[in-house]
Design a protein around this ligand. Structure first.
Ligand code: ADE
Length: 408
């Protein structure tokens, strides 16, 4: 089996990580049991462009067990767990991914996955969908999209009448963004900050740029660690929400000067400019939790100091006019580069949405025109119920009288 990974000898270590994640993603027991007999993905070729993590390996192996043939590449040049890539490759999965790809290698890996000639494209960030559209591949029956940034890009493509196939916006399922974006990234971004720096957070001033689901999660977890948290926002409703959640809300120019840590999570470019950076205090630590490395002006940082010092894994020190600036994970997605991404219990929710949406597409794609679709409510509810069950939580049901009172 061809493909390209860094070291096939890591497959055993990858297997151990896979087994650990699988044990904490019990909803896949239910999905496998439900579909094991009729194998709805038999004969279907799936292309995955996802962060290659232990949790992703659980999704991929389950899809394979339901009959799919699979090719996979990474959704970020720095996020691949090489042991997992080796594990997948050892299971007949065409794997094109290794940690520390250059930008051109990253793009080439996506093209390799497209050359596999897939029926369905499963993406995180929109790079795979984008390249499929550029390459003019017509066979695709549908796709899914995992993240907020990817859904935004696809909406723009659709508004220009350029979308060639139906796409299910997995990100927009309640059981995805309310948990993965908020609590999963909230925890793993703080985890990444701690693993990268090894520093103490209590009493430190942390500025969170953006109060979407990810910003909400990071701000609340940082406060939980005892940090003094400020928030910047451009959306007045979200800014008001951040304020009433008890955070200090102000403009970046006001907060940036005294922050010890600044974490961007806006999905927008040029959030922290070189002009902002030059006004920060010496020793400030910059990190980005958004999908793309466009939020902090990293390019100007590398221009101002062409030989930054790697002071720790994933921490670079820049010296500009005698001032020290630290950058985590090259400004790429903090929680997946300096940590392992959202934990298995959370990714169980996101990836159950993915797998059930893929099955939904296979069964229903004939009636679906190109467009952005929601995950069916039935799937969302089923996943919430399964998650509650795995946590031994039982909830009440409406009585007949209550249903009538509510007009159900
Ligand atoms: N996105 C966020 N966390 C992730 C994880 N653990 N695996 C794959 N994609 C992710």
């Amino acid at each position: 089996m061809m493909g390209r990974i860094s070291d096939k000898n890591l497959a055993q270590a990858g297997k151990r990580a896979h087994v650990w994640a699988r044990a904490h993603m019990t909803i896949f027991d239910y999905i496998l049991k439900r579909y094991a007999q009729n194998k709805p993905l038999l004969g279907i070729k799936l292309a995955f462009c996802l962060h290659i993590t232990k949790e992703t390996s659980v999704l991929v192996r389950c899809a394979q067990n339901l009959g799919a043939q699979i090719a996979i590449c990474s959704a970020n040049p720095l996020s691949t767990q090489d042991d997992i890539a080796a594990f997948l490759s050892s299971h007949n999965i065409l794997t094109y991914a290794w940690r520390d790809e250059s930008n051109s290698e990253y793009n080439e890996c996506i093209m390799d996955v497209i050359r596999f000639d897939p029926d369905i494209a499963v993406d995180d960030g929109g790079d795979l969908h984008n390249k499929i559209h550029q390459s003019g591949t017509t066979k695709i029956m549908g796709g899914t999209e995992e993240t907020t940034s990817g859904v935004s890009r696809l909406r723009i493509l659709h508004s220009r009448k350029g979308l060639a196939y139906p796409i299910i916006a997995v990100n927009n399922a309640s059981t995805k963004h309310l948990f993965d974006n908020r609590y999963g990234t909230g925890q793993s971004a703080i985890d990444g900050l701690l693993r990268a720096t090894g520093l103490f957070l209590a009493g430190k001033r942390i500025l969170v740029c953006g109060y979407g689901w990810v910003g909400k999660g990071i701000a609340s977890r940082a406060r939980g660690m005892g940090a003094i948290v400020s928030v910047t926002e451009v959306d007045p409703v979200r800014a008001l929400e951040a304020s009433m959640d008890g955070f200090y809300v102000a403009q970046l120019s006001v907060c940036a000067g005294y922050a010890d840590f600044i974490i961007t999570c806006t999905g927008q470019k040029h959030v922290v400019t070189i002009g902002d950076i030059l006004k920060m205090k010496s020793g400030v630590i910059l990190a980005n939790a958004g999908h793309f490395d466009v939020e902090i002006d990293v390019k100007s940082l590398y221009n101002k100091d062409r030989s930054p010092v790697q002071v720790r894994p994933n921490v670079e020190q820049f010296t500009i006019n005698g001032k020290i600036i630290y950058l985590i994970s090259c400004g790429r997605v903090l929680n997946l580069v300096s940590s392992e991404g959202s934990p298995p219990e959370i990714m169980a929710l996101s990836f159950a949405n993915q797998l059930l949406s893929i099955i939904h597409l296979v069964k229903n794609n004939k009636g679906m025109r190109p467009g952005i679709y929601c995950v069916p409510k039935k799937i969302d509810n089923l996943i919430a119920q399964a998650a509650l069950k795995s946590m031994n939580i039982e909830i009440d049901k409406l009585s007949k009288v209550q249903q009538r009172y509510q007009g159900i």
